[in-house]
Write a protein that binds this ligand. Structure first.
Ligand code: G4P
Length: 528
């Protein structure tokens, strides 16, 4: 029995690839996701993910956000099968949906796909998301999109990736022409050419070639583009980094693919290469040592909690990343923090279209647990022993506000709401130091403020007003002797909920000055 269980888990783990797509808004994430889902047969109609996105951003009215929250529940994790693999794509919302959740979601991924617009290069949100992935040391694959448009030269993009993100890259394929001249990509690993042709660019053919000097390419692309290709690839062969699987796995080298998501060009080869190179669910650090995905005992942790779209029900959905063992519907597991056994009876798995009740799931999978208010972000669930996974990091907020309660009599409910929302990770709370204790809220994205304001009203009956502050950066300070007088100009010193000192700065200059003036202090982007 046990032997077959561990064989089954091993087999299922081998099949799984769980990743997140990281990009700046408009780079084409929705389009790429949709193409991937089409390959996997998870959706039948092109445009369905897109239509959902359109309805999500149609209005910023809160009720709409609530509705689309429901929608984003279903699209938070998308699962499909392709060539014997089970693929889980974690959604990392952009635009006004950007929040600390986005960062936390990345902790549930085993690898990331970084999507870059060929014309715009590495953009701000990509940098932020990249840094979170980099810290975790997960492999990062790059897809350079919109090759059908004029953009920067591939060499310039590689240089930019290295300069801005500090990671070396290795092109897996190389464009033959670009924009209107685009006629295909040369696959450096398989020595084949993928052709991009037809008036609507929809016809795609694959031709094996001996190498990039093959006259077949000249016939197809013409002298100018072939000469250019030979010149580029000779340079790459000599000066570029060789493909190094170990470096890719360690997150030190990013394989780069060129393509055009909207034209479905280069997407399939990207997917197939990615599935081969990307890691299976990885082991996780816990208080009882490393937890291997193939361990027979089930374990997992909550990385995101989402409020129900229906304000009449206060229940939430807790997103759990399975780390080991086999999950079965109705199984009893230990809720480690609460110190009790709970039954997981109505778990949901998320596909692009519908929520499905899941019967069984394996490491790498994400399940949604019905949460009547018992879970917190970072909670561990396990079978048997009291495994506690490494605490989820608290990310550095960039927007800050003070709060006033419109009706002073509601103070008790207000405090309850603040406690709950802090626990859920909707907002971070800081307290001013030095005399008068005032509360300052910190968030990563504006949406978090909107969610808080709405939920305070809907769930706690408290009307609040937020007063935005001018701070832009927060750094946790580690030092035995902190001198508050050094944090007065364009900055302030506050404490987080655990009593750690945090300095808030209005601008980068103020932050740098403080760092220079306090050589004995360590300034951390995340809570220690
Ligand atoms: P996002 O989720 O990253 O925000 O991006 P999304 O997929 O919505 O794509 C943003 C825009 O870029 C869309 O155009 C989309 O069609 C376009 N796009 C995506 N991939 C490619 C590509 O390979 N080449 C070109 N030329 N465009 C691409 P839109 O005008 O905003 O929407 P739509 O009216 O085209 O749907």
């Amino acid at each position: 029995m046990s032997q077959s269980l561990s064989d089954e888990i091993k087999k299922e783990v081998e099949k799984r690839r769980t990743f997140a797509i990281i990009s700046h808004p408009d780079a084409g994430k929705t389009t790429l996701t949709e193409k991937l889902l089409l390959f996997g047969g998870a959706i039948r109609l092109a445009g369905s993910v897109k239509a959902r996105k359109a309805s999500r951003h149609a209005t910023s009215d809160w009720m709409e956000i609530e509705k689309q929250r429901g929608i984003s529940v279903t699209s938070s994790v998308m699962q499909f099968d392709y060539l014997g693999h089970r693929v889980n794509i974690l959604d990392t919302p952009g635009h006004q949906d950007f929040s600390e959740d986005t960062f936390r979601t990345l902790t549930a991924a085993d690898s990331a796909v970084m999507l870059i617009d060929v014309a715009k290069g590495v953009e701000a949100q990509t940098v932020k998301l990249f840094q979170v992935c980099r810290k975790r040391g997960i492999p990062i694959f790059t897809f350079i999109n919109k090759l059908d448009r004029e953009g920067q030269s591939p060499f310039d993009l590689m240089e930019e990736i290295e300069r801005v993100l500090g990671i070396r890259s290795v092109p897996m394929n190389w464009p033959i022409g670009m924009g209107r001249e685009l006629c295909g990509v040369y696959d450096r690993m398989k020595n084949q050419v993928e052709l991009f042709k037809g008036d609507d660019h929809s016809t795609i053919a694959v031709r094996p070639v001996s190498d990039y000097n093959d006259p077949v390419i000249r016939e197809m692309a013409g002298d100018y583009l072939h000469d250019q290709l030979i010149q580029d690839l000779e340079l790459l062969d000599v000066a570029g980094d060789p493909f190094d699987f170990e470096k890719v796995r360690a997150g030190e080298l990013t394989p780069v693919f060129f393509g055009s998501a909207v034209n479905n060009f280069g997407v399939q080869t990207f997917l197939e290469n990615f599935l081969q190179l990307a890691p299976t669910p990885t082991s996780r650090i816990s208080t009882t040592g490393m937890i291997e995905p193939t361990d027979e005992k089930f374990s997992g942790y909550v990385f995101k909690i989402q409020a129900n779209m229906n304000p009449a029900h206060r229940d939430r959905i807790a997103f759990l990343r399975i780390c080991s063992g086999r999950f079965d519907r109705g199984m009893s597991v230990r809720h480690v923090r609460a110190g009790k056994e709970i039954k997981l009876s109505q778990p949901q798995q998320f596909l692009a279209q519908d929520r499905d009740i899941v019967e069984s799931a394996f490491p790498g999978d994400i399940i949604g647990l019905f949460d009547p208010g018992i879970f917190r972000i970072g909670d561990s669930l396990s079978q048997g022993s009291d495994i506690v996974f490494d605490e989820l990091p608290t990310f550095s907020p960039e927007l800050f506000a003070k709060v006033t309660v419109k009706n002073a009599l509601k103070h008790k409910q207000y405090q309850k709401g603040i406690d709950q929302l802090t626990e859920e990770g909707t907002i971070q709370v800081f307290h001013t130091t030095g005399g008068f204790d005032e509360m300052i809220l910190g968030v990563v994205g504006q949406l978090q403020f909107e969610v808080m304001q709405y939920r305070m009203r809907a769930e706690y009956g408290v009307e609040i007003q937020l007063h935005r502050m001018t701070f832009q950066f927060a750094r946790w300070i580690v030092d035995d002797h902190i001198d508050p007088s050094k944090y007065r100009i364009n900055s302030t010193l506050v404490k987080d909920k655990k009593g750690n000192y945090v300095a808030l700065f209005e601008n980068e200059y103020a932050m740098r000055t403080a760092i220079d003036k306090n050589p004995t202090s360590k300034f951390l982007e995340m809570a220690p």
